[in-house]
Design a protein around this ligand. Structure first.
Ligand SMILES: CC(C)(COP(=O)(O)OP(=O)(O)OC[C@H]1O[C@@H](n2cnc3c(N)ncnc32)[C@H](O)[C@@H]1OP(=O)(O)O)[C@@H](O)C(=O)NCCC(=O)NCCS
Length: 206
C-alpha cells in the first residue's frame, strides 16, 4: 500500500495499516523537502505505484489528488479496534480509525474518513470524501453528502440529512436537515454562512 500525503493524518493511517498487518510500500508527497515519515520513504512521483490511500485530511484536497491519480487502484484501512457490522459496506480509499463503530446496513462511500471513536449507526449513508471527525455520533438513518466535514463531537439525531460540501462545527447538535455548501455550528445547529463550493459542485454537475 502507498499513501499519498505525508502528514499527521498519514501517521495515523500508518498505525492502522501496521496494526492490520498490511505492508506499507512508501509514501508520496508533493513537497520535495519531505523525504521520510515514521521511517517510511517519501517519494515525489506516483507514476506506476498502486494501490493508494490518499492520506490528506482536507476533503477537497483529497478529492483533487484522487482525480489526479486517475487509473490507479485504491485500498482502504480499517483499524482492528473498529467494530464494523457485517452488513455495512465501505468503499475504496476510505479509512476507519481506532475505536470507530459502524452499525448494520451503513453505506460509506469512497475516500471517506471515519475518525477515532466516531459512531455511525444503522442505515446511515455517507457520501464520498466525507469526514466524520473524532467522537461524532451519527444516529440511525442519517445521510451525509459528498465532501461534508462533521466536526469533532457532533451529534446528528436520527434521520437528519446533511448536504454536500458543508461543514458542521465541532460539538454541534444537528436536529434538522442542513443544505449543501454551508457552515453550521452549535446546539441547536444553525447555519452561519454559505461556503464557496462552486469549483467542487460545478465540476460534479458535468
Ligand atoms: C467551524 C470551524 C471549521 C471554524 O470555521 P470558520 O469559518 O473559521 O469560522 P470562525 O472561526 O470564523 O467562526 C465563526 C463564528 O462561529 C463560531 N464558531 C466556530 N466554531 C464553532 C463551533 N464549533 N461551535 C459553535 N460556534 C462556533 C465562532 O466563535 C465565530 O463566532 P462569532 O462570529 O460570534 O465570533 C471550526 O471552529 C470547527 O469547529 N472545526 C472543527 C474542528 C474539528 O472537529 N477537527 C477535527 C479534526 S480531526
Amino acid at each position: 500500500m502507498y499513501l499519498y500525503g505525508a502528514s499527521g493524518h498519514a501517521k495515523v493511517i500508518i498505525d492502522i495499516l501496521e496494526a492490520s498487518g498490511e505492508k506499507i510500500d512508501g509514501l508520496v508527497d508533493d513537497n520535495p523537502e519531505v523525504v521520510q515519515l515514521q521511517g517510511y520513504p517519501v517519494s515525489h512521483e506516483s507514476k506506476y505505484l498502486s494501490p493508494f490511500i490518499v492520506s490528506i485530511g482536507v476533503n477537497a484536497i483529497r478529492k483533487k489528488i484522487v482525480e489526479k491519480l486517475d487509473g490507479v487502484r485504491f485500498g482502504k484501512a480499517i483499524h482492528p479496534s473498529a467494530v464494523v457490522s457485517p452488513s455495512a459496506s465501505i468503499d475504496e480509499g476510505t479509512v476507519v480509525m481506532q475505536g470507530a463503530i459502524i452499525q448494520a446496513d451503513v453505506r460509506i462511500g469512497k475516500h471517506c474518513i471515519i475518525n477515532t471513536g466516531a459512531s455511525v449507526d444503522h442505515e446511515c449513508i455517507i457520501g464520498e470524501y466525507a469526514h466524520i471527525s473524532p467522537n461524532s455520533t451519527l444516529c440511525g438513518n442519517v445521510q451525509i453528502g459528498e465532501g461534508t466535514w462533521i466536526g469533532a463531537g457532533t451529534i446528528v439525531i436520527p434521520g437528519v440529512r446533511i448536504g454536500r460540501w458543508s461543514v458542521i462545527g465541532a460539538g454541534s447538535v444537528v436536529t434538522k436537515d442542513i443544505p449543501d455548501g454551508v457552515l453550521a455550528v452549535g446546539n441547536r445547529c444553525k447555519i452561519i454562512k454559505a461556503l464557496n463550493t462552486n469549483a467542487l459542485t460545478n465540476k460534479d454537475k458535468k
